[in-house]
Every structure is written in structure tokens, then in C-alpha cells.
Write a protein that binds this ligand. Sequence first.
Ligand code: S3P
Length: 425
Amino acid sequence: MMSAKVYPAKAFGFKSDSIAPDKSISHRSAMFAILAEGESRIENFLRAEDTLNTLKIVGHLGAEITDDGSVITIRSHGIQESSEILDCGNSGTGMRLFCGLLSSAEGHFILTGDEYLKRRPMKRVTQPLRSIGAKLDGRNNGDLAPLSIRGASLKAFDYTSPIASAQVKSAMMLAALRSNGVCTFKEPELSRDHTERMLRGMGARVEINGLETKIWPLEKPLQPLHIRVPADPSSAFFFAVAAAITPESSAIIEGVTLNPTRIEAFKVLERMGAKITYSLEDERYEPIGTIAVEYAPLKAVVVEDNIAWLIDELPALSIAMACAEGKSVIKNAEELRVKESDRIKTVVDNLNLCGIETEEYSDGYAVKGGELKSAVVNSYGDHRIAMSFLIAGLKCGMKVEDIECINTSFPNFFELLGMCGKVEK
Ligand code: S3P
């Protein structure tokens, strides 16, 4: 098990156009290409464990993949039955979206994952998919991987999801594309909308009306995808927090998606006092541009709305809260309990080790701003916990244990962290 040590940093000016490419968009690029006719071209695909596992699965499902180190091309031959067990590694997105994609494919498929993924709930997708005719099963009556899928014909649906989850929405949208009629999906709060944008861009008929999405079954294959994956705002956000907690520092992040369903955490950091500007420079499936963040003293904040738009950034935001004046509160975030770790518990336990007072709720927590103290903390195998506490180390020094998980989403994290302060592995 590897660990890393970060030392307190002096003022820095961070600027990068090489933040990890977006994970959500990379997964979808590889998966959606399998529904297209012709060659899809993906530039700046995230070469991290989670998304490389998805790409490998797409290959096992019969697609021809070439990679010249810069552009990945995918040519589909339809979805073919595989003799391999399809291993999603640590990725909930991979597993849940493949459930939707494979439910209607001809053949039998087995999906599995690592020790963490095998503990995460899958019923949120297997139950609605079963209700439209999918033949899916797994431990605990279809809730836990390994999952087995026998492709079947799917009925059109009108489904209201109890949770705002882009993974559930995307799985159901993929099922809808190969169902027998027009489908409607509703969610309690809008979740990230990459699937809608990308499928539309590839020629699918998708209509969005507030929280309701209508999807028409495909009459012909999708057009191939030609995409350059923008930088991931949830990866960029670690450096936004780093600048916001280090006096006289700044972070400029280039080529990042400015999709409103993804940059809410930056808006919260702004509400806390950080100076942030957004410049739109391009539009391809997504709005893309630069985010610049400047240090300013932070004050406490209450976060209770649009939780789906910043769920992945909450661990890093908690570090900013620990450095802010006053008591910050996060509510309506019970989904944190079923991420790569129980992030309510792992954030609170680690902040306590750093001398910060917290209160734990069933759906969130409170953080009383104070003086962060150097500590030895564990990542609990969760990449975002590891990176959040390494960023905290720029303030007070920190040792984080079990850091291999960072490779699931952000392989060049340490290189970029080294631009802000001293790091030892
Ligand atoms: C993702 C959706 C979110 C997010 C995850 C990626 C996606 O999960 O936390 O990191 O790519 O669809 P939920 O949709 O389950 O909230």
C-alpha cells in the first residue's frame, strides 16, 4: 500500500491545460460508439483505470479499437457476446451504464468489479430495467455484483426515478434506444446531462422538458462520435480548492467543461468568497473554456440544493469548509453514503483526525472552520478522499495512505500537485 506526504505550501500560481479528461464523458464516448455505424474518433480520452476498463469491455463486446496514443478510434460490429467476464474495476458508472446497454443485446454477459464496487448498490438500475423486461440478476436479488445479464426485448417505459442519478438516467436512456416505443424518464432534480447531449449529437431523438426526458427508440444506428474530451471539472476542483485556501495563490484551468450540471462546486466556492471567472471558448457537445480561481478569505456556506451537480466535489469542498470562518453545512446528500466509500463517514473521520470539529447527519455533515492540523489519514480506497486530503496538506502538511486509487480517475495528479507544493511518495 503506497502513501504520500505533502508539505505546507507557499503562494503559487497554478496553470494547466492537462487536468485529467472528463471521466463521465470518456466512459460514454467508448460505450456510445458501440451503437454507431462507422468510425468514432475520441481525442483526449481519460487514460485512467476506470475508463480504460470501459474501453477494454467495449473491445470484448466486439468493437475494433485503435489507439495511436492521441486519438482512439472505435468501429463497432454491433454488440457481440463475449467469452470474457466484463470487469468494470472500481467504476459504478461503468457497471450501471453497461447494465442499460447490455439489457437488450443478444447474448449472455457477466459484469464484475473490484472489492469496493461489489459492495455498491445496483438495484437502482437492475430494478427499473427488470420492470421493462430485462433479465438481470446478481447477489441479494440483483443488487450486488457480479451481475449476469441475458439480453431480452425491452418494453417502452414511463419511469420516475426516486433519486437524481445520471447513472440511472443514462442506463434507462440506453435501454430506451432499443425498446419498443417512446420512453419517458423523470428525476427529482436534474442530474448531469452528458448522455442527452452526446446521444443527440449522434442523431438520437431526445427531448428534454425540465426534469422529464423523452427518448425515442433508434430507427437506424447512431452516427459516429467525433469528440475531444474536455478536462474534468471534478478533477480541476482539487486545484481550485488548493488556490482558495492558500493566501496569494491562483489556479487557471484550461479546456474544462463549463456544463452547468458540473460546475456547481465552483459556484459554491465563489459564494464562500473565492474570486472565480469562467470564460467560454468552444462548444462541442459541451460548453468548454477556462476557469480561473483566486485566493480570498473564505466564509462558511450551507449547501442543500442542486446536490447532484456537485456530489463528486463535496469531499474537496469540505477542505475549503475546514479553512473557512464559521460552520458550514451539507444536507440532502445521502448519496455520499454509496460512493466509492461512505463519503460522509470518511470525510468526517479524516477531518476529525486533522483537528476539525464536525457533526455527522444521515444525509450530510457540518464542518466548523478552524486550524487544519497535520495528520496521517487513510483514503479508504477512495480516489476523491485521497486527493482531497493531499490538497489539505498544502495548508498544514499531511500523510495520506492507500493512494493507488488515484489512478482510477487522475493519473497525473501528483505531477500537477507538485506545481503547488512539495510532495513525496
Ligand atoms: C456519474 C454520475 C454521478 C457521479 C459519478 C459519475 C456519471 O453518479 O457521482 O462520479 O458519469 O453518470 P450518480 O449518477 O449515481 O449520482
